[in-house]
Write a protein that binds this ligand. Structure first.
Ligand SMILES: [Zn+2]
Length: 275
């Protein structure tokens, strides 16, 4: 009797996940730091093989139609690019017209050690950078079912993606993610289903969790005051708490910094929020 009840519950949950919930697709924006959402005429359930600048691209099926989500690096110049869909008949090109986007400049004042690290701090940065990049810039042919994306924390967007940054008067890399300002201790949730790819306390990022959502889609959450008791390889579900907002690393105050990566390109998280 109990077994029968459990089985029917399982059947119900499978039914809900298969019918009511579509795969998650971000907004199309063909600018540096944007995402080109390309419809593919592929039939069947096997994920299509699509490449952009040598990197395999994330693909998802929505309402029976396949899409490639091509991350467009911030460094791209305005112009025409091509993604390639690999088929039995050969590679089929899909043109992507990338438009110019002018990102604003942002001037910030932070601790001197976070702009001009000393040799010991530089050594630490050199060790941490490949760990962080390795977790973000990867392609694992794993498909997680994604129904909807959860905003990772409640708060005000205090700094948007792509801003050209000047720290203490010195130019640095553009802003690689979105900042959501919230008081220290506000829960931080995983936006999607996935697996922990890295968790640690890093020089610039402070306490950080990086989650691999499969097929080159990764998300980084940093400057946390604390992280949950998670380890590399642990499965996480959309909406699961992974830590709390904090002010660790290179910050001016408590906030969540959230980076979204597709095919090794940092892309604007806003495209995932207002899709
Ligand atoms: Zn940030």
């Amino acid at each position: 009797m109990i077994r029968a009840a459990k089985t029917s519950l399982l059947m119900l949950s499978i039914f809900i996940s298969a019918s009511a919930l579509a795969e998650f697709i971000p907004k199309d924006s063909r600018v540096p730091g944007g995402v080109a959402v390309i419809s593919l005429p592929q039939k069947g359930d096997a994920p299509p093989h699509v490449f952009f600048q040598e990197n395999r691209v994330y693909t998802a099926k929505k309402n029976g139609e396949w899409f490639a989500l091509v991350g467009l690096p911030l460094s791209l110049k305005e112009g025409q690019y091509q993604a390639y869909w690999r088929t039995k008949e050969g590679d089929k090109p899909f043109p992507i017209q990338v438009k110019h986007k002018a990102y604003q400049e942002q001037r910030l004042t932070v601790k001197k050690k976070h702009v001009n690290p000393d040799p010991k701090q530089l050594e630490r940065i050199r060790k941490e950078t490949p760990v962080i990049r390795g977790a973000m810039d990867t392609f694992k042919p794993v498909v997680y079912e994604q129904s909807s994306l959860i905003q990772p924390t409640e708060g005000r967007i205090s700094s948007s993606f792509g801003l050209r940054r000047v720290f203490n008067g010195q130019p640095r890399r553009p802003h690689s993610g979105m900042d959501i300002a919230a008081p220290t201790g506000t829960p931080v949730l995983s936006a999607l289903n996935g697996k922990i790819a890295a968790i640690g306390d890093y020089y610039f990022n402070g306490k950080t969790v990086i989650i691999d959502h499969g097929q080159g889609l990764t998300m980084l959450y940093c400057h946390l005051s604390r992280t949950e008791n998670l380890k590399v390889g642990d499965q996480v579900t959309a909406g699961q708490q992974i830590g709390d907002v904090g002010a660790t690393g290179r910050v001016t105050g408590p906030h969540l910094h959230w980076t979204v990566t597709l095919n090794k390109a940092r892309v604007d998280p806003a495209l995932f929020l207002d899709h």
